[in-house]
Design a protein around this ligand. Structure first.
Ligand code: UD1
Ligand code: UDP
Length: 377
């Protein structure tokens, strides 16, 4: 069997690495296609190195652009590779433009698509990611839903065939790397931090960073946080802050340490030892509950509602009062803190990658890995 993996951004590399490894352990060498949606060393190569994915078969160098430019260029380049290589299945993960491009290019060549992390919905169609996930799910033949909730979202849209609830491969990634990170990373020493005495922050989503007003609201929150904050900043956010003339204001915040984006081992260690995580990232919301660190999400919705229901995550949006009052309570009310920190992980046991490889190999052996003319059989 010849599976092709199409990926292009930081979270896709992290969450697909366990699936790639699972195939390799079964003697299958997958084809690795990197679109180059992320291209800075610290957004891409660092993860390929740390997660030992050194053999990339195709670097497509798509780079940045408008939504259509990026998706369209990726589609054109992915199609060429798929036509030449003729894989048996194309795996994509998540909700980026790379995912949409990979899924559309593949299904139209009648190469079945397997979508890892299928069925997530924020129910906010103004987010590019929501459009990407809906379309990718509907172009896919095999859907790997991380949770029962995600499976139900697919069912509501009429997708019931070849849907497997397998957990989220983010758990595999955390379990495979958290101990290594603890041993190898000296990130706390580098930034002069003590465990459980700082907040870890990430914010990069378009809805938070593309408007000056929203970035200003984020800074107003940061200016009042009562403990040290470490912010490994996505290049998108940095560029926007600079272009809106807000960079000097960032530099003036006393409690704030801004760094370049960090490698996975440094980031995992920072996350595990943080007192609180504040984020608009999908993957970081998931990792926080796995690592037992309370998470405040700087958004008004989430496609990971399981984390909120479990009690480990609160949606605070960019509401200053709401955010600060949660931070203060987490710092002063031990019971409240413990309750959030001990929320159960809803994303499975860390064997998702193994399950995905097994299921695809079995479908292939049975001759059932094909693009069927109708889903509604
Ligand atoms: C993309 C995903 C988002 C995901 C994120 C993971 C889409 C629509 N969005 O957002 O869902 O959460 O990846 O991090 O696919 N840039 C660099 N260097 C890089 C990459 C990007 O400087 O290596 C800058 C460029 O100015 C670029 C901007 O960041 O225009 C945005 O990059 P892009 O890949 O379009 O979207 P992300 O914000 O990274
Ligand atoms: N991450 C990282 N370094 C950083 C910030 C995040 O390694 O400086 C990892 C994090 O552990 C998680 C993933 O990147 O696994 C999340 O990616 P991101 O927030 O870019 O995307 P999203 O999950 O929102 O799509």
């Amino acid at each position: 069997m010849k599976p092709a993996f199409v990926f292009g951004t930081r979270p896709e590399i992290i969450k697909l690495a366990p699936v790639i490894r699972a195939f390799e352990e079964r003697g299958v060498e997958p084809l690795l296609i990197h679109t180059g949606q992320h291209y800075d060393y610290e957004m891409s190569s660092v993860f390929l190195e740390e997660l030992e994915l050194r053999r990339i078969d195709y670097h497509l160098e798509v780079g940045s652009g408008t939504q259509a430019e990026q998706t369209g260029t990726a589609m054109i380049k992915i199609e060429k590779v798929l036509m030449e290589e003729k894989p048996d299945v194309t795996l994509v993960q998540g909700d980026t433009n790379t995912v949409l491009a990979g899924a559309l290019a593949s299904v139209k060549l009648k190469i079945p698509v397997a979508h890892v992390e299928a069925g997530l919905r924020s129910f906010d169609r103004t987010m590019p990611e929501e459009i990407n996930r809906i379309l990718a799910d509907h172009a896919s033949e095999v859907l790997f839903a991380p949770t029962e909730e995600a499976r139900k979202n697919l069912e509501r849209e009429g997708i019931t065939e070849n849907v497997y609830v397998v957990g989220n491969t983010v758990v595999d990634a955390v379990l495979q790397n958290a101990e290594i990170a603890e041993r190898k990373s000296d990130v706390l020493e580098r930034f002069g931090l003590k465990p459980k005495e700082y907040i870890l922050l990430t914010a990069h989503r378009a809805e938070n960073t593309d408007s000056k007003e929203n970035l200003r609201r984020l800074l107003e929150i940061l200016e009042e946080l009562p403990v040290k904050v470490v912010y490994p900043m996505h290049p998108r956010t940095r560029k926007k802050l600079e272009s809106f003339g807000l960079w000097e204001r960032v530099e003036a915040i006393e409690n704030l340490i801004v760094t370049k984006p960090l490698g996975y081992l440094d980031f995992l260690k920072l996350q595990r030892n943080a007192k609180i995580v504040m984020t608009d990232s999908g993957g970081v919301q998931e990792e926080s509950i796995i690592l037992n660190v309370p998470c405040l999400t700087l958004r008004y919705n989430t496609e990971r509602p399981e984390t909120v229901k479990a009690g480990g995550n609160v949606l605070v949006g960019l509401e200053k009062e709401r955010t600060l009052s949660h931070v203060e309570r987490l710092l002063s009310d031990e019971e409240f803190y413990k309750k959030m920190a001990s929320a159960p992980n809803p994303f499975g046991d860390g064997k998702s990658g193994q399950r995905i490889a097994e299921i695809l190999l079995e479908l292939y052996e049975k001759g059932e890995l094909n693009v069927r003319s109708s889903r509604f059989i």
